[in-house]
Design a protein around this ligand. Structure first.
Ligand code: DP6
Length: 333
């Protein structure tokens, strides 16, 4: 039986950077994100004699994955089988699968496409297991085995990725609040469509070379608490302070690791300066955050959305995408 699954990216409010185990993508610290409703990824999983991948881009054009991507997808499949075996859920899991990925995410726009793709596959693989459905935590673990931040897509709304112990199963998502709790928008400003030179997987593996990582890891539990409290209380100002502090802190770690990673561009800094001015002048509920790229995510409340969109559209030579709080990964059939 073929399984079809859907997923979408998420945007971190407390960032995941650095692993305690690279092989299993066990993060060095907890993280927290808002799941987005757009753009979506669809994956079709079919039992097969050998592992094969077909993929289509956002325009529906077949775009073969490069060898490194195929190897990453295959490794994820092997780790998924290993994990499902370790929890006694191997029944129904075929030796191999043929997967078709249709991604609605334009490449290299600075929104986490790997999280969306691997959480989508995780959802699809979970649907192959016979018997009772896997728990959302188990689906989260499957996602994490392909992309650390993909663990935060197995629930809707606001999701923490938390560490519990040592084994392959020892980090998974927890829903802080669902997508109906608080509608926030993410107005995404993309200043450059250049492929990034160093991807997150490589970057995580070198995070420990930064002299600032230790202090960052000590700060995260306090910031996580603040962010969780802010989300539960819908306290935008508290959320803004904790999440902006954390985003800038992650970029300082990236910039001081060996070799240094500079993902932010002049355009990023200019957008940040201008939005800071605008929100003070116009009293807007908007916060900025950046992942591993120059793209600026402006997260705002419904009442500030129009002004933030107008600001985004005024940015020269930038592409703008709009998303909002979403419902996470799902099986469609
Ligand atoms: C900067 O989950 O993309 O976006 O496991 O290599 O896929 P891989 O890493 P990934 O790392 C996310 C890094 C980040 C911050 C975040 O989303 O928390």
């Amino acid at each position: 039986m073929n399984i079809i699954a859907h997923s979408s990216p998420n945007i971190a409010l407390i960032k995941y950077w650095g692993n305690r185990n690279d092989e299993w993508r066990l993060p060095a610290a907890d993280s927290l994100s808002m799941v987005l409703d757009f753009p979506t990824v669809k994956a079709e999983i079919e039992p097969a004699k050998t592992f094969t991948v077909r993929s289509y881009d956002h325009a529906g054009i077949e775009k073969p994955q490069n060898e490194a991507s195929v190897q990453r997808l295959k490794k994820h499949w092997e780790l998924s089988k290993q994990f499902l075996g370790s929890i006694g859920r191997a029944k129904g899991i075929p030796q191999d699968v043929s997967i078709t990925i249709r991604s609605g995410i334009p490449p290299a726009i600075g929104i986490a496409s790997s999280a969306a793709v691997f959480s989508c596959l995780a959802e699809g693989y979970s649907g192959l297991a016979t018997g009772t459905p896997l728990t959302r935590e188990e689906v989260s673990i499957l996602g994490r085995l392909g992309s650390g931040s993909g663990a935060r897509n197995s629930f809707g709304g606001y999701v923490a990725l938390e560490n519990h112990g040592e084994g392959i199963e020892s980090a998974y998502g927890r829903q802080i609040a669902d997508e109906h709790h608080w509608l926030l928008h993410d107005i995404i400003i993309v200043p450059s469509r250049e492929e990034k030179k160093v991807g997150s997987t490589e970057g995580h593996a070198l995070a420990a070379t930064s002299p600032l990582l230790k202090e960052r890891l000590e700060q995260i539990p306090g910031r996580m608490r603040k962010c969780i409290d802010a989300l539960q209380a819908k306290d935008f100002e508290k959320l803004r302070r904790a999440s902006e502090e954390d985003a800038l802190d992650m970029h300082r770690v990236m910039q001081t690791q060996t070799p240094p990673l500079e993902y932010l561009s002049d355009a990023t800094h200019r957008i940040i300066r201008d939005i800071e001015k605008l929100r003070t002048n116009d009293n807007l509920n908007v916060l900025y955050t950046m992942d591993a790229g120059p793209t600026v995510h402006l997260i705002c409340t419904e009442d500030s959305k129009e002004a933030v969109e107008k600001f985004a559209q005024q940015q020269k030579d930038c592409i703008v995408f709009k998303a909002k709080t979403g419902s996470g990964s799902h099986i469609v059939i």
